[in-house]
Write a protein that binds this ligand. Sequence first.
Ligand code: M6R
Length: 611
Amino acid sequence: MCGILGTVIHDGVNELRETLITGLKAVEYRGYDSAGVAILGPNGLFINKRAGKIAVLEDHLGGDVLSGTVGLGHTRWATHGVPSDNNSHPHQDFRERITIVHNGIIENYAELKQELMTMGVEFTTETDTEVAANLIGFYYNGDLPAAVCRAARRIDGSFSMCVMAKDQPRMLIGIRNKLPLLVGHGPGVTYLGSDVTAFLAYTREVTYLADGEIVVIDGPACRFMDWRTGEPVVKQQERVEWDIEQAQKGGFETFMMKEIHEQPAVIRQILERYLPSEDAPVYLPGLDDFAAERETRLISLVGCGTAFHACKVGKYMLEGLAGVPCRVQLAHEALYHQAPIGKHAVTVAVSQSGETADTLGAVRTQSAIGSPVIAIANVVGSSLTREADLTLYTMAGPEISVASTKAFTCQLTVLTLIALWVAEKFQRKPPEELKRLKTELLGIPAKMELILESKYTLEKLARVYRHVDHFYYLGRGISYPVAMEGALKLKEISYVHAEGYAGGEMKHGAIALIEPGFPTCLLAPRSNLVDKMVGNMEEILSRKGEVMVVTNVPQRFADYDVHVFPFPDCPQVLSPLLMSLPLQLFAYYSAKLRDRDIDQPRNLAKSVVVE
Ligand code: M6R
């Protein structure tokens, strides 16, 4: 959950403060409880680390030029030990010879700590990372790669680490076990980062480390090994397609607002690639071969948070359009519940980051019983894409805001395309109906643009509800998971308690909370369920609750004392793609009015890489 960064200057000495701070800011979304840097230079080792955001660290660094040959940076999401200056990374061994930054959890840290203490090692922090630093320090006798490999073999858990030694002024080691780490090859500088955005300002040439690999960067030289066996590994350098502009705010006040506005463009891009026209068949690279090799009787969708909601919407699409039975599970539940499925059940794992530990765990559980895996992922080269049998990329570009927006609608688009692909290939729907749906799908980006043009209506609605502490979101059928996603958005960025319910469930308990002023957002796309939603509305209004309706049949609600946000007409199966935008904007303005930190809400991190 932490962001890590390392740099090695090939020759001479460079100013490193700017490189480290710029890189850390780019990965701050991975955790923002504390931040720190270490720079090894001609004047020795300089370390500064502070609780709070990177801005706090920057204040402490002042305007001093910090030159060196090797640099480390870290932004933390606390696991072991409170966010404090002392617990912040980088950490050192007690002799101050080894300095490390770490992402992950060392599960056997308590026993390792005990063992090291009996040998006279002293500890000064509450972190598991200090144990790793001391273990490496204990084994270090001038051969840093050997000491790091030896220590790694004793550590249980997930980690990626960058390690430097005070007496090795050109060397930096990167090591990976289950958590991402990649090398950036820049002119005159080699970088290590927990994701590409850490050094995207400087280079797009990368090498991804796989699990069990270590990289030894020694000035301009870079060699890879298996840290369990010590065998050399030959790696391919790759060029990433993302560019630095995509990872910047581009004139918007927050990343979240930028990413909300990017949705029409990124969905157009997906459609250009996978569905160039309504007369073309859906083309999903690799899916033909994947399907030809196996008989699919069930699709098992797994994900967490927003990705889980995408899975739930996907079930309605895949069952409704393609007639394939689906089950949906939260990945952390699937991980510990062995369902009786086998090779005829295809697992579809949905994840923006491709690094969510629970989702990776669920994929491993399901592939262990023979289920083939399709990943729907955004981050190219992420762990999920390496473990899956097939990856369909969502191509949303970097999503920096912790609250997921464009990744969600891109996931929905890919799921819609899979459903259309199955329906087309196995003739589950008449060709004219499929063509009509494709035409409608191709029209979605333009309709999203219309919704974005009315965003100030949602700001006004957010003002109406600016003092409420609770919110219900109700939907039925395919709108039910959209209601859950709307509630999650409001909750995570505005800290207003919100719940997404199936409309039919109200009478079974939730309606007990309705009293004068209690607000409910109803999702009512044109469908056979609109009358049922009107029924929900009347029950709420008769108890003097407040109602806001997101609908493309606004005339149906015209005679009631409710707030209506109308969205453009579309078939019900595509309505989640449109309804998501007003819900994102409503959550956004609600958070803004409450003066919340929208891109970096409290207690959260973008990628949840620990269980
Ligand atoms: O990277 P993933 O899509 O696997 O992440 C899953 C969830 O952690 C993520 O969607 C989370 O719920 C978001 N903060 C929601 O906005």
